[in-house]
Design a binder for this molecule. Structure first.
Ligand SMILES: Cc1ncc(COP(=O)(O)O)c(C=O)c1O
Length: 391
C-alpha cells in the first residue's frame, strides 16, 4: 500500500499577477461578470433571475441531470424552487433530450446544462428546447473552462466555480455571467446582493502556501488517512449565503494563464487507454468530444479535470478503484451515486432513484483518473498496464 498518493484532482492556486494589466476574459464580449462567494451561489442567482423572468406565481421548477453534484440541488432549493431531475443518455454524462422535453411543465423556468469534467453539455440542442418553451438556459460550467457559451452567447446565464478541484482554483469563489441583453432586467437583483472584500494579505498568502503544500503526494496521502476530514466524500450542503466577492486582484488572470499553459494529460490517457475499449470499457472523453463536435461545439481547450472511463461492470470498476489507490493513484468513483441516492438530497426530490436507471448505471460504472499537472507519463503508463492486465 503506497503511503504517498497522487491526488484525484486539483491544480495549485496561482500567484496573483499584479501590475501586468488585466487580460480579457473569453466571455467578455457577450457576458457581464458578477463575482460571488461560490459556484453554488452563482447558480442560485441564475435560478433566481430565471424565476423572475417568468414571473412565476406558484413553485418554479428547474431541470437538472439525475447524476451530478448535490450543490445543484442546494442552489435550486435556496430559491424555493423545485429541482426536476432527468435521466441521462445511455453511457453519457448528458441529459436525455426527450426526457428534458417531457419534464417541462407550465412551472418550468430553466434548464441547467451541466458540463462534466471538461466535457460540455449539448448546448445547441438544449437551447432549441429552452427557446421553444420561453425558459432560460443556464450553462453550469463549474467543471469546464472556458464555458462553451463564451463566444456564441448560447446560454442566458453561465456559472463558474473557482473552488478546489475546479479548472481554475482560487480557493473558493464563483462567477455568474449574465448575457448582455439580460443585464438590464437583472440589475435590480444583482445590485441588492451584499459585497465582501477579499485581499491577498499575509493570511491569504499563508493559506495559499499551505493549500498548495497539501496537494503534494506525501501530504495528500497523509491527509486522506484522517477520517474526520472526509476527503473525497460527496455530501449535500445547503446554500447558506450569497455574497458578491471580487477575486483577489490578478488571481483570475494568473489562473487563466496557468490553465492555458497546462499540460493536456487527457490526450496522453486517451492514447494509452485506447485498447481498453475492446475489453468493454467506454473511453468517454474522445467519444463525447467527437459527438459535441458534430453538434458544432468545439471546446477551445479540451482539458479534462479528471479522466473519465466507464468500466464494463460495477464490480470491475470497484476493483480497479481499490487497486489503483493501493498503487498510490487517486482513482475515484466521483459522486458514487445518482443524485436522489446522495444523503441529504432525498428530502428535496420526490422521485425514487430507480426512476433514473441510466444515471444509476453511469454512477456504478464511472471511474475517474487524475489529470492534473503533477501526473507524469509514468503514472499514466502504470494506470494503463494495471487496467489492461486486470481484464
Ligand atoms: C457542476 C457543479 N456546479 C456547481 C458546483 C458548486 O460550486 P462551488 O463548490 O464553488 O459552490 C460544483 C461543485 O463541485 C459543480 O461540480
Amino acid at each position: 500500500m503506497a503511503l504517498s498518493k497522487l491526488r484525484p484532482v486539483g491544480s495549485p492556486v496561482a500567484l496573483p499577477k499584479v501590475g501586468t494589466g488585466n487580460s480579457v476574459a473569453p466571455w467578455a464580449e457577450q457576458y457581464d461578470s458578477v463575482f460571488v462567494n461560490s459556484g453554488t451561489a452563482a447558480l442560485s442567482l441564475a435560478v433566481k433571475l430565471s424565476v423572475n423572468r417568468r414571473r412565476a406565481s406558484s413553485k418554479s421548477e428547474v431541470i437538472l441531470p439525475a447524476y451530478g453534484c448535490p450543490d445543484l440541488i442546494a442552489a435550486v432549493v435556496a430559491q424555493d424552487a423545485r429541482p426536476v431531475l432527468v435521466d441521462l443518455e445511455e453511457a453519457r454524462p448528458w441529459m436525455d433530450l426527450e426526457a428534458v422535453k417531457n419534464a417541462i411543465t407550465h412551472h418550468t423556468v430553466a434548464i441547467v446544462a451541466v458540463g462534466f469534467l471538461g466535457i460540455p453539455e449539448r448546448l445547441y440542442a438544449l437551447k432549441h428546447i429552452a427557446d421553444a418553451q420561453g425558459i432560460a438556459l443556464i450553462e453550469d460550467s463549474a467543471q469546464v473552462f472556458p464555458p462553451s457559451s463564451s463566444g456564441n452567447g448560447l446560454a442566458d446565464y453561465i456559472v463558474l466555480s473557482f473552488g478546489r478541484g475546479k479548472p481554475i482554483n482560487m480557493m473558493g469563489g464563483g462567477a455568474l455571467l449574465v448575457r448582455k441583453d439580460l443585464a438590464e432586467q437583472s440589475a435590480g437583483v444583482l445590485a441588492a446582493i451584499p459585497e465582501v472584500e477579499v485581499s491577498a494579505g499575509a493570511f491569504w498568502r499563508l493559506k495559499r502556501w499551505v493549500f498548495n503544500l497539501l496537494l503534494t503526494r506525501p501530504l495528500y496521502g497523509a491527509m486522506e488517512r484522517i477520517p474526520f476530514l472526509g476527503i473525497g466524500q460527496t455530501v449535500f450542503h445547503p446554500l447558506a449565503v450569497i455574497e458578491r466577492q471580487s477575486p483577489v486582484e490578478g488571481l483570475l488572470d494568473a489562473g487563466m494563464e496557468e490553465f492555458a499553459n497546462r499540460k493536456n494529460n487527457g490526450l496522453i490517457y486517451s492514447e494509452a487507454l485506447q485498447k481498453l475499449t475492446s475489453k468493454g470499457w467506454v473511453n468517454l472523453a474522445p467519444e463525447c468530444f467527437g459527438e459535441t463536435a458534430l453538434e458544432g461545439l468545439f471546446p477551445q481547450r479540451p482539458v479534462l479535470l479528471r479522466y473519465p472511463l466507464l468500466a464494463p461492470s460495477g464490480m470491475s470498476r470497484n476493483t480497479a478503484v481499490l487497486e489503483l489507490n493501493r498503487m498510490g493513484i487517486g482513482a475515484s468513483t466521483f459522486y458514487g451515486e445518482a443524485l436522489p441516492a446522495i444523503s441529504g438530497v432525498e428530502e428535496f426530490v420526490d422521485v425514487a432513484v430507480s426512476a433514473f436507471p441510466r444515471a444509476c448505471d453511469f454512477a456504478q460504472h464511472l471511474l475517474t483518473l487524475p489529470t492534473h499537472s503533477d501526473v507524469r507519463i509514468r503514472d499514466i503508463d502504470s494506470v494503463a498496464s494495471a487496467l489492461s492486465e486486470r481484464q
